[in-house]
Design a protein around this ligand. Structure first.
Ligand code: SF4
Ligand code: SF4
Length: 303
C-alpha cells in the first residue's frame, strides 16, 4: 500500500478509528448497487468505495477536508447496506462513524447545524423529561389539529406531520416495571430496551413486544435508569455523548439476572452490539461493554 501505518500519529487518532480497516477495501465495486446514495446520485464520490477513497486520502494527507468532500461523506445514510455485501468485510459503518466525529472535531459544519446538533444530542435525546414534554407537545398538536392550519406549517414539517398524527395515544414508560408471563409456562427472564423516541412514536409496538414475550414464557423487565442507545449521537459524530449514554445503559442492564437484552429497533440493536468499539481504551468499561453487547438480541433473533 506504500504507506506506513502509525495510528498514534494519524489525523483520526482522536476518534480511535482502526486505520487498518481503511485498507481492507479491494475496490471490487460489489457494494455499489446496494448503496442507495450511489443508485440515486450515480456518482463514485457518493458510493462506499468513493467515500473510503476520501477517508484514505485524508489519512494520507493527500487532501484537506474540503466542503465538497464533507458533502460527499455527509450524504452517506449510514445504513450499512454496503457492509453486508462486502467480500472483504470492510466495517464501513464504523469507518463512517469515526469520520463523522472527525468532521465534527474539525468544526466543518455550519454554526447553525452545530448548535442544532448539540441541542438534539446533549439536551433532547438523553433526557426522558424533555422527551415527555415532546409527547405532550404532540398531544396538543393533534388535539388542536394544528396541521389543518397550513400557514403555520413550515415545509419541513409536512413529512413529519403524518408521523406525528399516527403517534399512539399513550407513551410506553421505562419505569422499572416487570411484566410477568403466565406462571405455568417455562420461565425465561429478559430486559427490554425502550429507547428514546420508540416509547413515543411506537408505543403500541413496545406493548405488543411485551405481550409476545410474555406469551413465550418470558418475564420482561424495563429498567428505569436506561437511556437512549446513543445511535443518533454516533451517526452525528458525537462519540463522547454516545459513550456517556452507553455507560448509563451498561450500568442499567449489566448486573441483571437476565438471558437477553431485547431490542425492537434495528438501529439501536446494531449500535448496542458494538458498544465495545466505544471503549477500546477504557479499562473500566471494555469488559462490561463486551458482556453487554453479547446479551443484546433483536426480538426476531431471540424468539
Ligand atoms: S464491496 Fe467492499 S471491498 Fe468491494 S468496493 Fe465495496 S467496500 Fe470495497
Ligand atoms: S452506509 Fe453509506 S455508503 Fe454504505 S450503503 Fe449506506 S449510504 Fe451507501
Amino acid at each position: 500500500m506504500g504507506i506506513e501505518i502509525k495510528p498514534e500519529n494519524t489525523i483520526f487518532t482522536s476518534t480511535e478509528m482502526d486505520i487498518q480497516d481503511l485498507y481492507k477495501c479491494v475496490h471490487c465495486g460489489l457494494c455499489l448497487s446496494s448503496c442507495p446514495t450511489y443508485t440515486v446520485l450515480g456518482k463514485e464520490t457518493d458510493s462506499p468505495r468513493g467515500r473510503i477513497a476520501y477517508m484514505k486520502a485524508i489519512y494520507e494527507e493527500k487532501t484537506d477536508l474540503t466542503p465538497r468532500i464533507v458533502s460527499h461523506l455527509d450524504s452517506c445514510l449510514q445504513c450499512r447496506a454496503c457492509e453486508s455485501v462486502c467480500p472483504s468485510g470492510v466495517p464501513f459503518g464504523r469507518l463512517m462513524e469515526h469520520t463523522k466525529s472527525y468532521i465534527v472535531n474539525k468544526k466543518k459544519y455550519s454554526f447553525f447545524r452545530s448548535v442544532v446538533n448539540k441541542f438534539l444530542y446533549k439536551v433532547v435525546f438523553p433526557k426522558q423529561f424533555i422527551l415527555s414534554l415532546l409527547s405532550i407537545g404532540i398531544k396538543v398538536y393533534k388535539a388542536l389539529k394544528l396541521n389543518k392550519i397550513r400557514i403555520l406549517m413550515p415545509s419541513f414539517m409536512i413529512p413529519l406531520d403524518k408521523m406525528i398524527t399516527d403517534t399512539p395515544k399513550e407513551v410506553f414508560r421505562a419505569d422499572g416495571s416487570i411484566f410477568y408471563s403466565n406462571p405455568i409456562t417455562k420461565k425465561r427472564s429478559v430486559a427490554l430496551l425502550s429507547g428514546c423516541v420508540m416509547p413515543i412514536v411506537q408505543s403500541d409496538t413496545m406493548r405488543a413486544t411485551v405481550r409476545v414475550l410474555n406469551k413465550n414464557g418470558c418475564d420482561v423487565f424495563v429498567p428505569e435508569s436506561q437511556k437512549c442507545c446513543g445511535a443518533l449521537n454516533i451517526h452525528g459524530g458525537d462519540l463522547e455523548g454516545a459513550k456517556s449514554l452507553a455507560k448509563a445503559n451498561i450500568d442499567a442492564f449489566i448486573d441483571l439476572d437476565i438471558e437477553a437484552i431485547i431490542v425492537v429497533s434495528g438501529g439501536c440493536g446494531a449500535i448496542m452490539k458494538e458498544y465495545f468499539d466505544l471503549f477500546k481504551n477504557d479499562e473500566e468499561y471494555l469488559e462490561k461493554a463486551i458482556r453487554f453487547s453479547n446479551k443484546v438480541k433483536d426480538i426476531s433473533e431471540f424468539l
